[in-house]
Design a binder for this molecule. Structure first.
Ligand code: UD1
Length: 314
């Protein structure tokens, strides 16, 4: 049994990591500022130690790293448009907090830190799929912050010997993704609109594409990144390797949910990337990773969960 710290563990992805670690019989500590996370996301789990705190304060970062073997650093303000509107708050959460957790992990003798990077770092370069060796081209404060923090991770590995791995996520979706903010992920927003008979908004012409990745695949990729030998200092895409347009996403969801609404098209968002698709051969090679839940199955599971939650069963 090892001790794991999940930062942002009351959030969407973090709570799925905590759940899997509990299922495996590990000791789990969660730190979350509850800016976007929710206590409720952990209420079904036994034995998770919860600490409310802001990692942009170094004392909090030091306290939560004490006694930990592994740190899964998921805490962030994970929105492109929110960072465009308020780069300062976003910078504090995405960079200052990351530097603090790296310093604290180093000083606490943590064995490895796995960082939640973002495919946003690739920007709008025309080549698809995105390979980790490609030059980065961040288009938004969020994308830049995620890239800076992953470079900090690599630097801490080189300078101080702290083992770090960055998993670059591609549009993660699934149960517990919160649809309540205009900054929420598009799948959660579409499902909540369709279930209430409202017209979802599509920014731009809907031809933009994403490598939508069901959260169970990400959990598997992160835990492999935590335990695979010889990968310290690496940056590794974790995704499905496919690509679906917003128009296709909407059509699939409408068919799945039997809703009759049509989308409302709005101007494209500032800082938005046109196309995103991962090359996952590095994850296959270094981590033995293989996506196990397809986009279609993931959507069906997510819709089932939303319906159950609405009926008060979840
Ligand atoms: C998402 C993640 C980001 C992650 C990145 C990795 C969220 C909130 N953001 O950014 O943390 O690092 O993937 O690739 O999960 N859209 C609409 N209608 C809406 C909302 C969005 O058309 O109501 C469009 C957006 O303009 C964009 C696409 O859907 O083209 C996806 O947007 P969003 O879900 O916010 O994710 P990303 O910006 O791709």
């Amino acid at each position: 049994m090892a001790h794991y710290l999940v930062t942002g563990g009351a959030g969407f992805i973090g709570s799925h990591l905590a759940e899997e670690l509990v299922r495996r019989g590990e000791q789990v500590r969660v730190v979350d500022s509850l800016i976007t996370g929710k206590r409720h996301n952990l209420s079904h789990l036994q034995g998770v130690e919860f600490i409310e705190g802001d990692l942009a304060e170094i004392a909090v970062a030091r306290r939560v790293c004490e006694g930990m073997d592994f740190v899964l650093h998921q805490a962030a303000i994970p929105s492109v448009p929110r960072s465009v509107e308020d780069p300062v708050t976003s910078n504090r959460a995405n960079i200052d907090a990351s530097v603090n957790i790296l310093v604290a992990a180093r000083d606490a003798g943590v064995r490895r830190l796995v960082y939640a990077g973002s495919s946003a770092a690739y920007g709008d370069t025309p080549t698809l799929p995105k390979v980790e060796t490609m030059p980065t081209a961040p288009l938004s404060p969020y994308a830049l912050q995620k890239l800076v923090a992953e470079q900090y991770c690599q630097m801490f590995t080189r300078l101080y010997g702290l083992e770090t791995v960055t998993t670059r996520y591609f549009n993660v979706f699934g149960p517990r993704q919160d649809p309540s903010s205009p900054y929420s992920g598009v799948i959660s927003l579409f499902i909540s609109a369709l279930s209430e008979g409202r017209a979802p908004k599509i920014y731009g012409d809907g031809g933009q594409t994403r490598d939508f990745t069901y959260v169970a695949n990400v959990v598997d990729g992160v835990l492999r990144a935590c335990h695979s030998p010889g990968v310290s200092g690496e940056v590794i895409n974790v995704a499905t390797g496919g690509r679906v347009s917003l128009n296709e996403l909407f059509a699939t969801l409408r068919a799945l949910m039997g809703a009759g609404v049509t989308p409302e098209y709005q101007p494209a968002r500032a800082g938005d990337v046109r196309d995103s698709q991962a090359d996952i051969s590095k994850a296959r090679r270094l981590l033995g990773y293989e996506p196990t839940v397809t986009f279609g199955d993931g959507l069906a599971r997510t819709v089932t969960w939303v319906k159950a939650a609405a009926a008060g069963m979840s």
